[in-house]
Design a protein around this ligand. Structure first.
Ligand code: ATP
Ligand code: MG
Length: 193
């Protein structure tokens, strides 16, 4: 039986898929610029970023900003068996490769392994986010496991406005984000669920 959560995932992926490319590029640039300003204001440098796949918000401008400031870019490597994220820091695109799910990720042979305790924030992609700060991803539970293990981490979701909805049918293991950034808003979720 297909669950409400699975149905919503399909629907929200569909909405995101039909957003015009020019719209996504503009929104991604706005979110990237807002994120850079936020990170500068808070003096945050050790950030787990992500490399976009499908029609996700594209934060490569943020990666370029890090590299042009002689900072490392930290990205996740997905372990498909354990369904866990490991963090690696890279100094340039040459240290990236195509990994599981076709995601561009650090080559562990070239990149620096990063302890999650070193991180100052985690930027979280998603298919949808709800008004309580819950997130819907692709269904692997990777970020839920990561935040359960590292509950102290500041998590910043990024989304086009079309990805917001009233409920993502969160379950007991689902973890909330701390902040949601859209092209025009920064929303704080003060209550930790
Ligand atoms: N802390 C955890 N320990 C073990 N299993 C977990 C944990 N968190 C989530 N899961 C499992 O992960 C599976 C997928 O979770 P969910 O549908 O919420 O994925 P998601 O948040 O959309 O995925 P992702 O973060 O990879 O984008 C569920 O079957 C759930 O049981
Ligand atoms: Mg989840």
């Amino acid at each position: 039986m297909i669950t409400d959560k699975q149905l919503l995932r399909k629907q929200m992926r569909g909405y995101r898929h039909v957003l015009p490319k020019s719209y996504r590029i503009k929104a991604s640039r706005q979110i990237s610029q807002r994120l850079i300003r936020f990170l500068e204001a808070k003096k945050l440098k050790q950030i787990l970023l992500y490399w976009p796949i499908h029609e996700e918000v594209d934060l490569r401008l943020v990666a370029e900003y890090f590299w042009s400031n002689q900072l490392e870019v930290i990205l996740p490597v997905a372990d498909q068996i354990q369904k866990q994220i490991t963090c690696y820091a890279v100094r340039c695109v040459d240290q990236l490769q195509t990994g599981s799910y076709g995601i561009i990720e650090p080559d562990p042979a070239l990149a620096r392994l990063v302890d999650p305790n070193e991180l100052e924030a985690v930027i979280v992609p998603g298919v949808a986010f709800d008004k309580r700060g819950y997130r819907l991803g692709y269904g692997g539970g990777y970020y839920d496991r990561f935040f359960m293990k590292n509950p102290q981490l500041l998590s910043i979701g990024v989304a086009y406005p079309e990805q917001l909805c009233s409920s993502v049918y969160a379950e007991s293991y689902d973890q909330t984000i701390t902040i949601l950034l859209t092209p025009t808003n920064l929303i704080y979720f003060l209550e930790k669920n």
